[in-house]
Design a protein around this ligand. Sequence first.
Ligand SMILES: Nc1nc2c(c(=O)[nH]1)N[C@H]1C(S)=C(S)[C@@H](COP(=O)(O)O)O[C@H]1N2
Ligand SMILES: [Mo]
Length: 417
Amino acid sequence: MTEDKIQSLAITGRRRFLRNISLSTLSAIIGADIVFGSSMPKDYVPVVFQDDDPYKLFKKHKDLIILNNKPWNLESQPHILDDKVTPADKMFVRNNGLIPEKVDKATWKLTVDGEAVKAIKSYSLEDLKSKFDHYTYQLTLECGGNGRSEFYPPASGNQWKTGAVSCASWTGVRLRDVLEDVGITDKAVYVGYHAADTHLSGNPDKEPISRGVPIYKALQDETLLAFSMNGEDIPLAHGFPLRLVAGGFPASASGKWLNRISVRNIVHDGAKMEAPSYRVPCKPVAPGEEVANEDMCIIESMPVKSLITYPKTGAMIAKGKSLEVRGHAWAGELEVSDMKVSIDFGQTWQKCQLEKPVNRLAWQHFKTQLSFPQQGYYEVWAKATDANGVSQPMVVPGWNPKGYLNNACHRIAIKVG
Ligand SMILES: Nc1nc2c(c(=O)[nH]1)N[C@H]1C(S)=C(S)[C@@H](COP(=O)(O)O)O[C@H]1N2
Ligand SMILES: [Mo]
């Protein structure tokens, strides 16, 4: 058995797989006889397989932080997001269920169904690749809950700091072209995704998540059915072999392990589409206030935000030296039009050089040189402004029950000495 195979077993269907194999196969995987194997309890998972090292399993950079193991959730840190295009090993992982165990590229199928298709149609990966033009876009994917850890009163859910965001280069076919090939009716309102991951309960009839996008977003040029990331097969943890990618929306709209798209005549009602999941109060509320489900609205475009990726917070700078500060900024469906940093707690702001996005929905890179008037402790605060003139708030914005959309200015600490 190859190293890869063992890894993917470890990530995915360990329990079910191990249950069905013989003691001799198990010994072969371990590489030693299980001497008292006949006394092993039924359905027991040997400890060697329980000792998951997510860094090895997912081939991740050592500076990712593990938030959870069931399901796996790993967050990046700002200083490892310095690359213009996020490499796979530095990309955060957010799972709602268990990663699918049997993924076979050769037999993978995507079915397009729903009330608003003229006829149900299925495609193999080969069909998708050969029938439709390929497009490549860099697309920002930020979890709706990124920054949740800063809300008070606290919101339950993964306590993301700032690292649930990525911008990789995705290649695939346009969802629009596929929908056109299928034929959709004027009743189409929403596109819902279905995927091959399984619910934590083990109940095969339950989906861990089945979200989607409104039809206007489904038909945008940049909305892809992606089969590769950064020029390679999508890593298993990020949706191999096929993923819906809808940049600028909360990343929960970008379904991994995609095997079915439903073109709906209503707002999709799959798992985690219902309130309060991925929704915020339609009108601002006081911190801690109870909000009725009918007063919660679905998040679409993510708000303007930025991240300082160099230097790392806590950096020491020699007195009299200037410091290059750099990072990325993004604004959901909009472009970022201005980027500033402050070293005096927001009293004055210095303009940064801001690059244009390489394509719509890609994050933009900024940099500037800072000089510090004297020795001591400083904070660098970063503030982006979107094309509508809306800027990031300096403190945590509108509290909401689920802790979404925290786009407060990113801050790092610097010591000049
Ligand atoms: N099938 C499926 N797609 C999914 C999820 C999931 O659990 N299952 N999680 C979503 C959420 S909430 C986020 S933030 C992104 C995370 O993408 P990543 O793990 O590739 O960074 O995937 C989205 N797509
Ligand atoms: Mo998410």
